[in-house]
Design a protein around this ligand. Structure first.
Ligand code: F0G
Length: 451
């Protein structure tokens, strides 16, 4: 490990340790909180030592046309801000990152907004934003000589981990809550050769079991308590800043589950600001599902100072998490950027997902909370029509095809959940019809749908 260039700093008590001294569960021995990667005195560095903002911007853009493997990764392209490996030759990459930023023209118009975009992290190699974090932390595991890696997951982390482990020739262990993850994700872990255990508990229960396992066996933990995951997950912030020609958007909206991603994006923008690459940070807001909303409750009750775990229930299985590990980090990001944390209902999520789909952007339900949250923030006048807003879509629609099909068949929501939204739902639903195999029958169906 390149301990000269980075160290780990406890988020709770500020204690600093070498990267190689972290406990297997990545908790501080003094206060039990999580660590953050900190780089050798960036803040204090002056003159020659401090990375040169203009040179970095030029270098990172140049690399987009390079044929070098590392340059083709949207994570390692920014490697000056990720000095976490002794040798970049140890990086395990599937050409993650460099994901598209799409304008959402129709949705913007409907919401009376000038500039609305979606950063589609579902366009990563395994279909979710987890790839950006996995390339970073799994490379550390490989460099440190681990043979086994493991995670507890609601599905996407396990898919990403299994793929990157397979590329590196490492073995992987996946713990998932039985019956509570989308099939697409389970099939990926199997496809990439992970040892997959479905535990009769929820995500939070899987985390407890794994935390014990990594203390008993030499297995490297790849949940987002691993601070190196966040180093990779901060790079979409760099991509967004670059896409906005280093002006940064006014507002970023992120889904909240275990609450690492919002913290990672906050760290990315914070570092860009500290290094003088951007003039300010965007406002960062986090949206949770109503049935898995411990941080949103905490913001309602005490502005994010204390959080009570909840028993989580939502069809957006990716964010079905009641006791998020990184809540303190996420709360800090929201507070320091003057963002909001709120929750949205199952109906609001389903409608938002269908609206994004109708714009040609397929995402999973957990990602659609961002649009549902934006609609609420607009309705409450917390976002002006003139502000530039980026929604972070975290996973691809094919991850959870069952959800989409159930929505369009009309079987996803209960009558109670549909109440008051019937017209909106009718307009969005596009059920597949069964017709005779004749041109006349298909044309009749076409006429029916046009009406
Ligand atoms: N969106 C998707 C598609 C996710 O898979 C997750 C988390 C989140 C949002 C929330 O991100 O946890 O950093 O706040 N999925 C994890 C997993 C927990 O195991 O795949 P977060």
């Amino acid at each position: 490990m390149n301990d000269n260039l980075h160290q780990l700093r406890c988020f709770g008590c500020g204690d600093r340790i070498a990267g190689s001294d972290a406990r297997p569960d990545f908790r501080c021995v003094h206060c039990g909180d999580l660590f953050e990667v900190e780089y050798a005195g960036w803040n204090q560095r002056k003159g020659h030592d401090r990375p040169n903002a203009g040179a970095l911007k030029w270098l990172w853009r140049e690399r987009r046309s390079s044929s070098e493997v590392l340059d083709q990764s949207g994570v390692w392209r920014f490697r000056e801000l990720l000095p976490i490996l002794d040798s970049f030759g140890n990086a395990v990459t599937l050409r993650e990152g460099n994901t598209p930023l799409y304008p959402l023209l129709r949705t913007a118009k409907a919401l009376g907004m000038d500039q609305l975009f979606a950063k589609h992290q579902g366009m990563n190699p395994t279909g979710s934003f987890k790839d950006t974090g996995m390339t970073a932390a799994l490379s550390v595991a490989r460099e440190r000589g681990f043979e086994w890696v493991a995670c507890a997951s609601t599905g996407n982390t396990s898919a990403a981990m299994a793929a990157y482990a397979a590329r590196a020739g490492l073995r992987s262990l996946v713990l998932i809550p039985e019956g509570k993850i989308a099939w697409g994700k389970l099939s990926q872990a199997m496809d990439y050769g992970a040892v997959t255990c479905q535990l009769k508990t929820d995500f939070d229960g899987c985390v407890s079991v794994l935390t014990e396992i990594v203390q008993r066996a030499p297995i490297y933990l790849l949940n987002s308590v691993n601070p190196y995951r966040l180093e990779g997950q901060k790079t979409p912030a760099l991509e967004i800043a670059e896409a906005f020609d280093w002006m940064v958007p006014d507002h970023l909206i992120v889904p909240g589950g275990n609450l690492a991603n919002s913290s990672a994006l906050g760290k990315g923008f914070r570092e860009l600001h500290e290094l003088g690459l951007v003039a300010r940070m965007p406002r960062i807001s986090v949206i949770q599902a109503e049935g898995a909303n411990p941080l949103a409750r905490s913001f309602r009750l005490n502005q994010g100072k204390a959080m009570e775990p909840v028993e989580a229930h939502t069809r957006a299985t990716a964010i079905r998490i009641g006791n998020p590990a990184s809540w303190r980090k996420a709360a800090k990001t929201i507070q320091e950027t003057a963002g909001w944390c709120l929750d949205v209902t199952e109906t609001e999520i389903a409608i938002a997902k269908a609206e994004l789909g109708a714009e040609g952007l397929g995402c999973e339900p957990a990602s659609a909370v961002t649009l549902a949250g934006l609609k609420k923030l607009r309705a409450e006048n917390k976002i002006a029509g003139s502000e530039s807003v980026v929604l972070v879509l975290t996973g691809h629609t094919l991850k959870d095809a069952d959800y989409t099909i159930d929505f369009h068949r009309g079987t996803l929501l209960t009558d109670r959940e549909k109440a008051g939204y019937e017209a909106e739902l009718d307009q969005l639903r596009r059920n597949a019809v069964v017709v005779d195999a004749t041109p006349a029958a298909v044309l009749a169906a076409l006429e029916g749908s046009a009406g």
